[in-house]
Design a protein around this ligand. Structure first.
Ligand code: HEM
Length: 399
């Protein structure tokens, strides 16, 4: 018995060596995931990356089945979604998973981004990890928008119409860009076809960029809440310590997703989108999904359309400059009281902008929305460079 198990082990070992000498999968998994050193102090916010990766897999699998049953034409789109809901086996479940998953994915993405801003995760040596993350944010936003148009309900149609008009406001190339986007003068078959291809292709491109993003984290090493790079003593192997922590994060995420799907589906659905698109009837209240509301707020905060477009595009663009706007040697907001205060106000501005967007900047919301827009840019363009300069001077004079 003992003899046979030791020869089995030898056999297993030689099989692994055979594979590893040709394609070092085991060596890669061991160094990159099993013994990868993680800072001991990494808190639960460091599990959000794992949640995002897990929900991305769920989105791809559910999306593949939905795409097999979807018709990307004006005549067939709405009916094919109805068929998925009523006739495709478990179609309602897959669609509900895909819709709730998209909403929570964006929510987790914002949390991951604000974690990075708060703890200074964008600083050397993680600038490229940050930039790839932002590329993922932009790709996810485009994918989510394209997906929202696909059911061809009232909100889908009028959402595409507003996006087209926003593009048309760009000086000189605006009307051309709108035509390319809509493939005509108003949303129709061409628009739906463009957006279906974009939605499908970007979803897989996101997986490739996630690979680069995570590879970047593994080259630079993981950061931590204290902002002080951890040495060997301050680290623990990823498995089992952080593998279990990530599994806990993913389990909590799965519970929230299940609760949204089965108990609070209204949180992620818009009743107007259960009415087929009608180009002759403009809904009284056109608004995007909750995760676009802060940007929708900025779009409306400026009195002329192109200015609004610049503000909402600029709100994402400014994030790409953050590693160069914040040049302080101090990394984490834990040690930066002014940045901590400004970050709290920044998050408040983002939420308030969403509320102002939802209220269409009417009445007092216009003033509140404008103040929040100004503060959003003030944080990045004034507070970050100013505080960095002061902190640099203090550190230089102390050394
Ligand atoms: C599809 C979306 C994304 C996925 C699947 C993803 C996944 C991950 C994973 C697995 C990690 C390592 C674990 C962790 O630190 O949580 C990570 C780290 C990181 N991510 Fe993302 N990410 C995404 C989007 C973003 C975005 C939008 C940003 C912000 C611009 C970003 C910035 C970062 C940074 C700076 C780190 C390193 C943090 C540190 O170690 O201090 N990621 N990401």
């Amino acid at each position: 018995m003992t003899g046979s198990s030791s020869s089995d082990r030898e056999n297993d070992g030689s099989k692994q060596d055979w594979l590893d000498s040709r394609l070092p999968v085991r060596r890669f998994l061991t160094t990159q995931f099993r013994s990868f050193p993680m800072p001991r102090s990494a808190n639960m916010l460091w599990t959000v990356g794992a949640m995002l990766s897990a929900v991305l897999v769920l989105m791809l699998l559910s999306g593949l089945v939905l795409a097999m049953n979807y018709t990307p034409t004006v005549a067939g789109a709405f009916a094919s979604i109805e068929a998925i809901e009523r006739r495709v086996p478990s179609g309602w479940l897959l669609r509900s998973m895909h819709m709730a998953g998209a909403s929570l994915f964006l929510g987790a993405l914002y949390l991951h981004l604000f974690r990075g801003l708060y703890y200074g995760s964008y600083k050397k040596p993680r600038e490229l990890v940050w930039l790839l993350g932002l590329l993922l944010l932009v790709m996810t936003m485009i994918t989510a928008f394209a997906g929202y148009v696909l059911p061809w309900g009232q909100m889908s149609y009028w959402g595409a119409d507003i996006a087209g008009k926003a593009l048309a406001s760009i000086p000189v190339i605006g009307p051309f860009t709108e035509r390319v986007f809509l493939d005509g003068s108003q949303p129709g078959d061409g628009t739906l076809h463009h957006l279906f291809v974009l939605h499908f292709t970007l979803a897989f491109a996101i997986v490739a960029v996630v690979g680069l993003h995570v590879a970047g984290v593994h080259v630079a090493g993981s950061g931590n809440p204290s902002g002080v790079e951890s040495d060997r003593k301050g680290s623990l192997p990823f498995s089992p310590y952080f593998a279990i922590k990530d599994a806990l994060g993913v389990a909590v995420f799965a519970i929230v997703l299940t609760a949204v799907m089965f108990l609070f589906p209204d949180l992620v659905t818009e009743s107007a989108n259960y009415r087929p698109a009608n180009p002759l009837h403009t809904p009284t209240n056109i608004e995007p999904e909750w995760y676009f509301l802060p940007f929708f707020g900025m779009l409306q905060a400026i009195p002329f359309k192109f200015g609004g477009l610049m503000a909402s595009v600029g709100a994402v663009a400014v994030l790409f400059l953050v590693p160069w706007l914040d040049t302080s040697p101090v990394r984490s907001a834990r040690q930066r009281p002014l940045i901590r205060l400004s970050m709290i106000l920044l998050v408040a501005s983002f939420v308030v902008l969403g509320l102002a967007g939802q209220h269409h900047m009417k009445g007092i919301w216009l003033i509140i929305g404008r103040c929040a827009t100004v503060f959003y840019f003030f944080h990045f363009l004034v507070v970050l460079p100013f505080v960095s300069r002061r902190e640099r001077a203090v550190v230089e004079s102390a050394s």
